[in-house]
Design a protein around this ligand. Sequence first.
Ligand SMILES: Nc1ncnc2c1ncn2[C@@H]1O[C@H](COP(=O)(O)OP(=O)(O)OP(=O)(O)O)[C@@H](O)[C@H]1O
Length: 253
Amino acid sequence: MNNLAIEVKNLNLKYKFIKSMNMKKELVKMFKRQKNIRTKEVWALQDVSFQIEKGSNVGIIGSNGSGKTTLLKTIANIFQPDSGEIHVYEDSISLLTLGAGFQPELSGYENVYLNGLTLGFTKKEIDNKIDEIIEFSELGDFIYNPIRTYSSGMKSRLAFSIAIHIEPDILLIDEVLGVGDQSFKDKSTQKLKEIIYEDRTVIMVSHSLSTIRDLCDTVLWIEKGKVKDFGPTEQILKDYKEYMNNIRKKRGN
Ligand SMILES: Nc1ncnc2c1ncn2[C@@H]1O[C@H](COP(=O)(O)OP(=O)(O)OP(=O)(O)O)[C@@H](O)[C@H]1O
Protein backbone atom coordinates (compact mmCIF):
# COMPACT_ATOMS: atom_id res chain seq x y z
CA MET A 1 0.00 0.00 0.00
CA ASN A 2 1.20 3.49 -0.81
CA ASN A 3 2.02 5.22 2.48
CA LEU A 4 3.34 8.36 0.82
CA ALA A 5 2.01 11.86 1.49
CA ILE A 6 4.11 13.59 -1.16
CA GLU A 7 6.37 12.47 -3.97
CA VAL A 8 8.56 14.95 -5.83
CA LYS A 9 10.35 13.84 -9.00
CA ASN A 10 13.07 15.71 -10.90
CA LEU A 11 11.66 19.14 -10.09
CA ASN A 12 13.14 22.14 -11.91
CA LEU A 13 12.05 25.75 -11.53
CA LYS A 14 13.63 28.94 -12.77
CA TYR A 15 12.91 32.58 -12.03
CA LYS A 16 13.14 34.91 -14.99
CA PHE A 17 13.57 38.61 -14.34
CA ILE A 18 14.50 41.76 -16.21
CA LYS A 19 18.21 42.49 -16.16
CA SER A 20 19.00 46.06 -17.04
CA MET A 21 20.52 49.24 -15.71
CA ASN A 22 17.58 51.03 -17.34
CA MET A 23 14.46 49.29 -16.03
CA LYS A 24 12.12 51.91 -17.54
CA LYS A 25 13.47 51.24 -21.05
CA GLU A 26 12.97 47.46 -20.62
CA LEU A 27 9.43 47.94 -19.29
CA VAL A 28 8.53 50.10 -22.29
CA LYS A 29 9.85 47.33 -24.56
CA MET A 30 7.71 44.82 -22.67
CA PHE A 31 4.67 47.08 -22.99
CA LYS A 32 5.26 47.36 -26.77
CA ARG A 33 5.61 43.57 -26.88
CA GLN A 34 9.13 43.86 -28.29
CA LYS A 35 11.21 40.71 -28.19
CA ASN A 36 14.67 42.09 -27.29
CA ILE A 37 14.01 42.45 -23.53
CA ARG A 38 17.17 41.75 -21.48
CA THR A 39 16.28 39.01 -19.03
CA LYS A 40 18.25 36.88 -16.60
CA GLU A 41 17.38 33.41 -15.34
CA VAL A 42 18.04 31.86 -11.94
CA TRP A 43 17.48 28.14 -11.47
CA ALA A 44 15.99 28.04 -7.97
CA LEU A 45 15.28 24.27 -8.02
CA GLN A 46 17.33 21.74 -9.95
CA ASP A 47 16.45 18.07 -10.31
CA VAL A 48 14.88 17.92 -6.83
CA SER A 49 13.48 14.49 -5.91
CA PHE A 50 12.30 13.06 -2.59
CA GLN A 51 9.44 11.18 -0.97
CA ILE A 52 7.66 12.04 2.27
CA GLU A 53 5.67 9.44 4.17
CA LYS A 54 2.28 10.14 5.71
CA GLY A 55 2.58 11.35 9.28
CA SER A 56 6.22 12.33 9.07
CA ASN A 57 7.58 15.69 10.19
CA VAL A 58 10.15 17.03 7.80
CA GLY A 59 12.41 20.03 8.33
CA ILE A 60 13.85 21.82 5.29
CA ILE A 61 17.21 23.46 5.90
CA GLY A 62 19.86 25.17 3.76
CA SER A 63 21.75 28.43 3.34
CA ASN A 64 20.03 31.71 2.43
CA GLY A 65 18.74 31.60 -1.13
CA SER A 66 19.09 27.80 -1.45
CA GLY A 67 15.48 27.37 -2.64
CA LYS A 68 13.54 26.39 0.51
CA THR A 69 10.65 28.85 0.16
CA THR A 70 10.44 28.22 -3.59
CA LEU A 71 10.14 24.50 -2.91
CA LEU A 72 7.33 24.94 -0.35
CA LYS A 73 5.42 27.28 -2.69
CA THR A 74 5.80 24.81 -5.56
CA ILE A 75 4.48 21.94 -3.41
CA ALA A 76 1.57 24.20 -2.39
CA ASN A 77 0.83 24.77 -6.11
CA ILE A 78 1.48 28.53 -5.87
CA PHE A 79 4.39 28.25 -8.34
CA GLN A 80 4.37 26.05 -11.43
CA PRO A 81 7.62 24.12 -12.04
CA ASP A 82 9.33 24.26 -15.44
CA SER A 83 9.57 20.47 -15.38
CA GLY A 84 9.21 17.53 -13.02
CA GLU A 85 6.33 16.08 -11.06
CA ILE A 86 4.70 16.62 -7.68
CA HIS A 87 2.23 14.03 -6.42
CA VAL A 88 0.20 14.87 -3.32
CA TYR A 89 -1.56 11.77 -1.99
CA GLU A 90 -3.67 13.56 0.64
CA ASP A 91 -6.89 15.57 0.31
CA SER A 92 -5.89 18.93 1.76
CA ILE A 93 -2.65 20.85 1.91
CA SER A 94 -2.11 24.30 3.35
CA LEU A 95 0.86 26.67 3.37
CA LEU A 96 1.39 28.69 6.50
CA THR A 97 3.46 31.75 5.74
CA LEU A 98 3.48 35.31 7.01
CA GLY A 99 0.23 36.98 5.93
CA ALA A 100 0.15 35.23 2.55
CA GLY A 101 -3.27 35.09 1.01
CA PHE A 102 -4.74 37.82 3.21
CA GLN A 103 -6.83 40.55 1.59
CA PRO A 104 -5.65 43.78 3.27
CA GLU A 105 -8.94 45.68 2.94
CA LEU A 106 -11.04 42.90 4.49
CA SER A 107 -11.23 42.32 8.25
CA GLY A 108 -9.43 39.49 9.99
CA TYR A 109 -12.83 37.84 10.47
CA GLU A 110 -13.64 37.98 6.74
CA ASN A 111 -10.16 36.72 5.91
CA VAL A 112 -10.68 33.64 8.07
CA TYR A 113 -13.64 32.70 5.83
CA LEU A 114 -11.78 33.61 2.65
CA ASN A 115 -8.77 31.49 3.63
CA GLY A 116 -10.90 28.55 4.74
CA LEU A 117 -13.03 28.56 1.59
CA THR A 118 -9.90 28.81 -0.58
CA LEU A 119 -8.61 25.69 1.16
CA GLY A 120 -11.80 23.87 0.20
CA PHE A 121 -13.69 23.98 3.51
CA THR A 122 -17.42 24.69 3.67
CA LYS A 123 -18.89 27.76 5.36
CA LYS A 124 -20.44 25.49 8.00
CA GLU A 125 -17.08 23.90 8.79
CA ILE A 126 -15.56 27.36 9.25
CA ASP A 127 -18.58 28.48 11.35
CA ASN A 128 -17.74 25.63 13.73
CA LYS A 129 -14.10 26.70 14.05
CA ILE A 130 -14.24 30.50 13.96
CA ASP A 131 -14.52 31.07 17.73
CA GLU A 132 -11.53 28.83 18.46
CA ILE A 133 -9.52 30.49 15.67
CA ILE A 134 -10.18 33.98 17.08
CA GLU A 135 -9.49 32.89 20.65
CA PHE A 136 -6.17 31.24 19.78
CA SER A 137 -5.05 34.29 17.76
CA GLU A 138 -5.62 36.53 20.85
CA LEU A 139 -6.73 39.33 18.51
CA GLY A 140 -9.88 40.15 20.48
CA ASP A 141 -11.93 42.91 18.83
CA PHE A 142 -9.07 43.63 16.39
CA ILE A 143 -10.46 40.67 14.42
CA TYR A 144 -13.10 43.08 13.01
CA ASN A 145 -10.49 45.61 11.77
CA PRO A 146 -8.99 45.51 8.26
CA ILE A 147 -5.86 43.36 7.93
CA ARG A 148 -3.92 46.38 6.60
CA THR A 149 -4.01 47.80 10.14
CA TYR A 150 -2.39 44.69 11.69
CA SER A 151 1.24 44.47 12.74
CA SER A 152 3.27 41.63 11.22
CA GLY A 153 3.00 39.76 14.55
CA MET A 154 -0.80 40.06 14.51
CA LYS A 155 -0.97 38.81 10.91
CA SER A 156 1.23 35.83 11.69
CA ARG A 157 -0.84 34.98 14.80
CA LEU A 158 -3.99 34.92 12.68
CA ALA A 159 -2.32 32.95 9.85
CA PHE A 160 -1.02 30.38 12.35
CA SER A 161 -4.38 30.09 14.07
CA ILE A 162 -6.26 29.53 10.78
CA ALA A 163 -3.77 26.93 9.52
CA ILE A 164 -3.81 24.80 12.67
CA HIS A 165 -7.56 24.92 13.26
CA ILE A 166 -8.56 24.18 9.68
CA GLU A 167 -6.50 21.03 10.10
CA PRO A 168 -5.20 20.21 6.62
CA ASP A 169 -3.80 16.71 6.08
CA ILE A 170 -0.47 18.28 5.12
CA LEU A 171 0.70 21.46 6.80
CA LEU A 172 3.53 23.41 5.15
CA ILE A 173 5.18 26.00 7.39
CA ASP A 174 7.59 28.67 6.19
CA GLU A 175 9.69 30.04 9.05
CA VAL A 176 6.86 31.42 11.16
CA LEU A 177 7.56 29.90 14.54
CA GLY A 178 10.06 32.60 15.48
CA VAL A 179 7.57 35.45 15.21
CA GLY A 180 5.16 36.92 17.71
CA ASP A 181 5.99 37.57 21.34
CA GLN A 182 7.53 34.89 23.56
CA SER A 183 4.23 33.69 25.01
CA PHE A 184 2.64 33.28 21.57
CA LYS A 185 5.79 31.57 20.30
CA ASP A 186 5.62 29.07 23.19
CA LYS A 187 1.90 28.51 22.65
CA SER A 188 2.28 27.94 18.88
CA THR A 189 5.24 25.57 19.35
CA GLN A 190 3.17 23.61 21.88
CA LYS A 191 0.20 23.48 19.47
CA LEU A 192 2.44 22.31 16.68
CA LYS A 193 3.75 19.51 18.88
CA GLU A 194 0.14 18.38 19.44
CA ILE A 195 -0.43 18.36 15.66
CA ILE A 196 2.74 16.34 15.18
CA TYR A 197 1.63 13.77 17.76
CA GLU A 198 -1.71 13.51 15.89
CA ASP A 199 0.03 11.88 12.91
CA ARG A 200 -0.48 14.78 10.54
CA THR A 201 2.22 15.38 7.88
CA VAL A 202 4.14 18.58 8.63
CA ILE A 203 6.87 20.10 6.45
CA MET A 204 8.62 23.15 7.84
CA VAL A 205 11.34 25.50 6.68
CA SER A 206 13.45 26.89 9.49
CA HIS A 207 16.88 28.35 10.15
CA SER A 208 16.48 27.38 13.80
CA LEU A 209 18.23 24.04 14.13
CA SER A 210 16.94 23.62 17.69
CA THR A 211 13.34 23.92 16.40
CA ILE A 212 14.08 21.36 13.67
CA ARG A 213 15.70 19.01 16.20
CA ASP A 214 12.75 19.44 18.56
CA LEU A 215 9.96 18.93 16.01
CA CYS A 216 11.22 16.96 13.00
CA ASP A 217 12.06 13.30 12.50
CA THR A 218 13.48 13.80 9.00
CA VAL A 219 15.45 16.60 7.34
CA LEU A 220 15.72 17.67 3.71
CA TRP A 221 18.85 19.75 3.16
CA ILE A 222 19.02 21.83 0.00
CA GLU A 223 21.88 23.96 -1.31
CA LYS A 224 21.90 26.02 -4.53
CA GLY A 225 18.56 24.53 -5.53
CA LYS A 226 19.74 20.90 -5.28
CA VAL A 227 19.11 18.19 -2.71
CA LYS A 228 22.30 17.92 -0.66
CA ASP A 229 20.96 15.25 1.70
CA PHE A 230 17.76 13.72 3.03
CA GLY A 231 17.50 11.52 6.09
CA PRO A 232 17.18 11.23 9.89
CA THR A 233 17.35 14.58 11.71
CA GLU A 234 20.41 14.03 13.93
CA GLN A 235 22.63 12.75 11.13
CA ILE A 236 21.72 15.51 8.66
CA LEU A 237 22.04 18.29 11.27
CA LYS A 238 25.50 17.04 12.22
CA ASP A 239 26.66 17.15 8.56
CA TYR A 240 24.98 20.54 8.03
CA LYS A 241 26.73 22.08 11.05
CA GLU A 242 30.11 20.83 9.80
CA TYR A 243 29.36 22.24 6.35
CA MET A 244 28.39 25.65 7.80
CA ASN A 245 31.48 25.71 10.05
CA ASN A 246 33.71 25.06 7.03
CA ILE A 247 32.02 27.90 5.14
CA ARG A 248 32.56 30.20 8.15
CA LYS A 249 36.24 29.20 8.33
CA LYS A 250 36.70 29.91 4.62
CA ARG A 251 35.09 33.33 5.08
CA GLY A 252 37.38 33.90 8.05
CA ASN A 253 34.71 34.49 10.72
N1 LIG B 1 10.70 36.46 -7.25
C1 LIG B 1 11.97 36.11 -7.53
N2 LIG B 1 12.56 36.54 -8.68
C2 LIG B 1 13.82 36.19 -8.98
N3 LIG B 1 14.58 35.38 -8.20
C3 LIG B 1 14.04 34.91 -7.06
C4 LIG B 1 12.71 35.26 -6.66
N4 LIG B 1 12.44 34.65 -5.47
C5 LIG B 1 13.57 33.95 -5.16
N5 LIG B 1 14.51 34.12 -6.11
C6 LIG B 1 15.86 33.50 -6.13
O1 LIG B 1 15.68 32.08 -6.08
C7 LIG B 1 16.64 31.49 -5.22
C8 LIG B 1 15.91 30.70 -4.11
O2 LIG B 1 15.18 31.62 -3.29
P1 LIG B 1 14.31 31.14 -2.03
O3 LIG B 1 13.61 32.33 -1.50
O4 LIG B 1 13.51 29.97 -2.43
O5 LIG B 1 15.47 30.67 -1.03
P2 LIG B 1 15.39 30.33 0.54
O6 LIG B 1 16.23 29.10 0.72
O7 LIG B 1 13.98 30.26 1.00
O8 LIG B 1 16.13 31.59 1.16
P3 LIG B 1 16.13 32.21 2.67
O9 LIG B 1 16.71 31.18 3.59
O10 LIG B 1 17.06 33.37 2.52
O11 LIG B 1 14.73 32.61 2.99
C9 LIG B 1 17.52 32.63 -4.72
O12 LIG B 1 18.66 32.68 -5.56
C10 LIG B 1 16.68 33.86 -4.90
O13 LIG B 1 17.48 34.99 -5.15
